[in-house]
Design a protein around this ligand. Structure first.
Ligand code: ARG
Length: 582
């Protein structure tokens, strides 16, 4: 909506200041303090051409703009002209837009583009870390965001299921492993074996050789060793899948690093044919001096390939076989160098898609201010964090709404939603400190707060007989927005500050979504949902809805419904569920 009125304001100003409307439109701002108005025009850039002070220009323009029918008031404040829109006109415009395109929640900017998003990607036999959690949450939100813009999205889980560590775990398994214990707590036990291996190797260095030999057997395709490895992969996956089920994570491709084993030779061959390989101390590397990066290690002196080699093969697979036009990697900031090297090698290989590769980095997630390390075996089991979040949500629900029918499902939606929202409300690059207490609270900038606001909107609609649907599938339909609203009705309505503010906030949705896509930044959606929830709750407290006169009630319920749909769609993008009752 604001975009439309920016355009209108720019066209009105253009003849007055002799600057084209497109340029002016870029200058127009939205004042940070809403008391100041809906739009603000800064006059600094005109000072030179008009040979007047910005203040003088502002005082000159303000009364001229006052005569425009879409403006209710314009005033000069220092170097700015602040503009208050004619609310009736603004609201009519927004509602008409919404009725014409109920789906302003989606668009098709991404048509004919396919993005491969590398997300989650935990390591077999190791705990699912906070970093993997962040990658899963951020990657899923980005995937949903792109899909809402018509992109084709591949959600790829690049499991760490290959590498020398498996040789070590296998050796430790033969020496100290217990099948039953592993079956019960696969990751905990397999990780303990890995830790034990390192402890024992300190006094018994021969173990290292054994480990290398075991990995060699794996690489050579020894069936018995492979069987053991497959078993470790499958028990680990069972545990990861429980976490994915809880988070509602889905993948289009689960392709571990091992998937690329038979694709390595051709990568090395291609590098060699393109004269990119240099031998250094027996190993083969790609020198990246011009890029100011350390050499990228491709093959060790014993012939073993590396993490980077597998990522090269994976990138080519995504581009050639899957047909992805850009490759995104949602991986912690500590792997920055790895991705710089990877993209540099792809560029050297002559692949122009390398410029469309993005490392979507993020900061650490700390619990109670501490970073979690898995090396020394100190594990915060993610599943425990999620379970605890759900348990606390359940406690709060039991207190607030003891008779709630679907309490279990609701507690899960709230508890998991709390963890997801806590992650996404801050820009991903920042470190986040996770406090369960704060995340699960129904007050403050939390998932439960916005979910509760959505449920409140549903409850109003239900009381008004406007929410009908299927409780078992949790699909609900309302029809207020589809029924036509008479523009005359809107004109007759008194658009008080609080109601107008709600409309204005809702109207930002499509532009916020677009910006979130452009910046690959889901936190903009999360902030928008918080603003919407705040504006709605003020409206709910200050303005009578169900008890209002027929006409007012009808219009207000339309706004309630618009709020409901907007929060629902936005939270869906972020990966949160929205129970209709809490
Ligand atoms: N498994 C890796 C880790 O836990 C992350 C993989 C990220 N994706 C990639 N294509 N390198 O550190």
């Amino acid at each position: 909506m604001m975009h439309f009125f920016k355009e209108k304001l720019a066209s009105a100003l253009s003849p007055m200041v002799a600057v084209d409307a497109t340029t002016l439109q870029d200058w127009i701002e939205i004042p940070p303090d809403k008391q100041l108005g809906d739009l603000a025009f800064p006059c600094f850039q005109l000072a030179k051409s008009m040979r007047k002070s910005p203040q003088a220009i502002a005082s000159e323009l303000a009364p001229k703009l006052d005569t425009e029918p879409f403006i209710s008031k314009s005033e000069a404040v220092g170097p700015y002209v602040n503009v208050h829109l004619n609310r009736k006109e603004a609201v009519s415009y927004w509602i008409t837009q919404m009725q014409e395109n109920l789906d302003f929640f989606t668009s098709n900017g991404g048509q004919n583009q396919a993005v491969a998003i590398d997300l989650s990607s935990p390591n077999i036999a190791k705990p699912f870390s906070m970093g993997h959690l962040r990658s899963t949450i951020i990657g899923t939100a980005l995937a949903n965001l792109l899909e809402s813009d018509g992109y084709q999205v591949f959600r790829i889980n690049h499991l760490g299921d290959w590498g020398t560590q498996f040789g070590k775990i296998i050796v430790a398994y033969h020496r100290y492993g217990e099948v039953e214990a592993i079956k019960k707590h696969p990751i905990q036990e397999l990780n303990a074996l890995y830790v034990r291996f390192h402890e024992e190797a300190e006094t018994n260095p021969a173990l290292e050789d054994e480990g290398r030999a075991a990995f060699k057997r794996l690489e050579d395709g020894d069936e018995a060793t492979l069987d053991l490895w497959r078993w470790m992969v499958s028990v680990s996956m069972e545990e990861f899948n429980r976490t994915y089920a809880m988070l509602g994570t889905r993948f289009t491709h689960v392709l571990g690093e091992s998937f690329y084993n038979d694709k390595m030779d051709s990568v090395v061959k291609e590098l060699s044919e393109k004269h990119l390989l240099t031998t250094s101390e027996g190993a083969e590397v790609v020198m990246l001096e011009e890029e100011n990066l350390p050499p990228c290690l491709i093959r060790k002196s014993d012939g073993a390939t590396l993490y980077a080699t597998r990522d090269l093969a994976a990138a080519l697979y995504r581009y050639r076989d899957l047909g992805a036009t850009s490759l995104w990697y949602v991986v912690g900031g500590e792997q920055r160098l790895h991705f710089q090297q990877l993209f540099a090698v792809l560029t050297r290989m002559g692949y122009s898609f390398a410029k469309d590769c993005r490392h979507i980095a993020f900061g650490l997630m700390k619990i109670g201010g501490k970073k979690m390390s898995t090396r020394k075996g100190q594990i915060v089991r993610l599943q425990e964090v999620l379970d605890e979040a759900v348990r606390r949500a359940r406690e709060i629900i039991d207190e607030k709404n003891p008779g709630l029918k679907s309490a279990d499902a609701t507690a899960k939606a709230i508890g998991v939603g709390a963890v997801i929202f806590n992650d996404l409300k801050t820009h991903r690059i920042h470190e986040i400190n996770f406090s369960l207490e704060q995340a699960v609270a129904f007050e403050g900038e939390t998932g439960p707060y916005v979910q509760y606001t959505h449920a409140r909107a549903c409850s109003l609609l239900r009381k008004a007989g406007l929410l009908t649907g299927n409780e078992s599938t949790n699909e609900w339909v309302t029809f207020t927005l589809n029924s036509s609203i008479d523009i005359a009705e809107i004109a007759a309505y008194e658009w008080d500050d609080v109601t107008y503010e709600l409309v204005k906030t809702l109207s930002y949705y499509s532009s916020v979504r677009q910006r979130a896509i452009d910046d690959s930044d889901p936190s903009q959606i999360a902030k928008f949902v918080l603003d919407t929830a705040q504006a709605f709750n003020r409206f709910y407290h200050d303005v009578p809805i169900l008890s209002a006169s027929d006409q007012d009630r009808r219009l207000r319920l339309v706004l309630v419904d618009a709020t409901r749909i907007t929060i629902l769609r936005a939270l869906k993008i972020l990966g949160l569920e929205c129970p209709v009752e809490i």
